[in-house]
Design a protein around this ligand. Structure first.
Ligand SMILES: [Zn+2]
Length: 543
């Protein structure tokens, strides 16, 4: 027993050190599998620890590790798993000193991270019933009363308030679709996109140099809920912005918290329409934003009226420059079957699409115009550096099932189907990052990705391709618009889509892909779709 305990003790101490080291290592802490590795250490120790004095602590650390992962992935499933583990501690070790801490930790996650006040209340009530004199009892009582008052808050905005935008659709909640930001030089702009007009207010809290507290702009949108795609937050390392978070812990209210590392003046205003956009601008230059408010003016609370403005001017919308990315190249041939080599088809297609776009008046840039290898990261970086307005990546698909054919258009998001995940996994294979890492990285990028716009572009390109290609004998049916975590689309600051022009593994489609007539038709179709998107934006601008 003594020998076993000493081995367990050593393993436990080692696992604790691993956890500590991981928390301090920003790079590794960004990777899901690193957390799961440490979690497995504690799970293994706990499994072997029956009767050992530290068994409850080992299980508690399983929960703690999962919570550490959840705080980085912001994935509700991870928070839920941490809650389950904490509850397991209390269930299996009711006499341990950690039991009430575990219940309180579980309740806190339910309340603050899972937006589930009723689950939190149940856990807290159980904690107070079973451990009324525990050291966490006061904290539980405090949270319990706070939770109740929150639950009484009205979920919908007052209908007769005309001091700011009010919902036109009765009680229907506005949906927060996307929060995006742009930092250029001394200026930062955060755009909050809602599907309809909503009542909102903001307050500015100046930073404190002595305590190092950041200046903070808080925007509350009443009666709004968040699209499930919106993630709770991301850190930004920049000269102006340092952090953007979305707080959904109060039902019927969406709070966007923007922390600035350095700000002189700021301005918040809305652009009417659907989508309805709230735009927060800030500058660290004393000369910028003459219409803005000085950041030194103290705490300010305003309820401004949303004014319609020229949306194109406000957001710098409009498509002038398009970057075309011919997939693969050089040492990376891409998919190969039936005499088709992906890197060759994509390069030929890129040139056809580029010629047509140039003729239509766009400025066209290419990630490659020769048969060279370009790492995936470099491709979106090129688009960002050249300030392209659109990024279009061209690829040829492949499948082990040769009966599958068709055109597909993707935008960056978590995979929408398992076959979409497979396509992403194949296209990502040239990168050393694995799919679970990408899912993790995505949670941070989701807020900055132009998901909504990219979905629009993808839809227009896809429908234009299916229409045009329908006339081809035995023409492939469109497989639709899908989302998947494509590494090549990550980090793009403009709407970005990936077009799979067909399956080389399908004999009939491979024959089509080899024909220059079919390639021209494909190029026409892609350009048509992009033109439709451009016209849609111009429609916004002239409205
Ligand atoms: Zn490819």
């Amino acid at each position: 027993m003594a020998a076993r305990a000493s081995t367990l003790e050593a393993r436990y101490e080692n696992a604790k050190e691993e956890l500590e080291a991981l928390e301090k290592d920003a790079r590794r802490a960004g990777l899901r599998h690193e957390w799961e590795k440490v979690e497995r250490l504690f799970v293994g120790i706990h499994k072997d620890a029956k009767g050992w004095a530290n068994a409850p602590a080992a299980l508690y650390r399983v929960a703690l590790t999962r919570e550490g992962l959840a705080r980085r992935s912001m994935n509700p499933a991870d928070f839920k798993a941490a809650v389950d583990r904490y509850e397991e501690v209390a269930r299996r070790y009711p006499r341990s000193a950690l039991a009430d801490d575990a219940l309180f930790a579980a309740a806190k996650l339910c309340m603050e991270r899972l937006d589930d006040a009723s689950a939190a209340r149940k856990i807290l009530e159980r904690q107070l019933r079973e451990f009324p004199k525990g050291d966490m009892a006061d904290a539980a009582r405090a949270m319990l009363s706070g939770g109740k008052s929150e639950a009484r808050q009205p979920a919908a905005p007052a209908a007769n308030d005309t001091t700011s935008g009010s919902s036109k659709d009765g009680d229907a909640l506005a949906v927060l679709r996307q929060v995006s930001w742009k930092v250029s030089g001394n200026d930062a702009q955060v755009v909050i996109e809602l599907d309809r007009e909503a009542r909102w207010s903001h307050q500015f809290v100046p930073g404190d140099e002595r305590t190092g507290r950041a200046s903070r702009l808080i925007i509350d949108v009443d009666g709004a809920r968040a699209d499930e795609k919106v993630r709770p937050g991301a850190r930004i390392s920049g000269k102006v912005l340092s952090r953007v978070r979305v707080d959904l812990s109060v039902k019927g209210r969406t709070r966007i918290i923007i922390d600035y590392s350095d700000v002189e003046r700021y301005d918040v205003d809305a652009i009417a329409g659907r989508p309805y956009r709230i735009v927060a601008k800030a500058t660290r230059s004393t000369k910028g934003l003459p219409e803005g408010t000085s950041a030194e003016a103290g705490v300010s609370v305003r309820k401004p009226q949303g004014k319609p403005k020229d949306i194109a001017e406000q957001l710098g919308l409009g498509v002038k420059t398009i970057m075309i990315d011919a997939g693969h190249g050089g040492k990376d041939p891409g998919a190969m079957a039936n005499g088709i080599v992906e890197r060759e088809v994509t390069l030929a297609m890129a040139k056809l699409v580029g010629e047509r776009l140039r003729a239509a008046g766009f400025k066209v840039l290419y990630t490659r115009q020769r048969d060279v290898f370009i790492p995936l990261d470099d491709r979106t970086q090129m688009a960002n550096n050249s300030k392209a307005d659109l990024f279009v990546s061209l690829h040829v698909n492949a499948n082990t099932d040769s009966s599958i054919s068709g055109v597909e258009t993707y935008y960056l998001d978590l995979a929408s189907t398992s076959s979409a995940a497979k396509v992403a996994s194949r296209e990502n294979s040239v990168s050393e990052k694995n799919l679970s890492d990408l899912q993790y990285i995505l949670t941070d990028l989701m807020l900055s990705a132009k998901t909504q716009e990219s979905r629009d572009v993808a839809g227009m390109v896809q429908s234009s391709m299916t229409k045009r290609l329908a006339s081809y004998g035995g023409a492939p049916h469109g497989n639709g618009v899908r989302s998947a975590p494509f590494y090549v689309l990550m980090g793009a600051r403009m709407p970005a889509v990936l077009v799979e022009v067909g399956y080389c593994t399908n004999k009939a489609e491979a024959r089509l892909l080899a024909s220059s007539k079919y390639r021209r038709a494909l190029a026409d179709a892609i350009v048509d779709g992009l033109m439709r998107y451009k016209r849609k934006l111009e429609g916004y601008a002239s409205r």
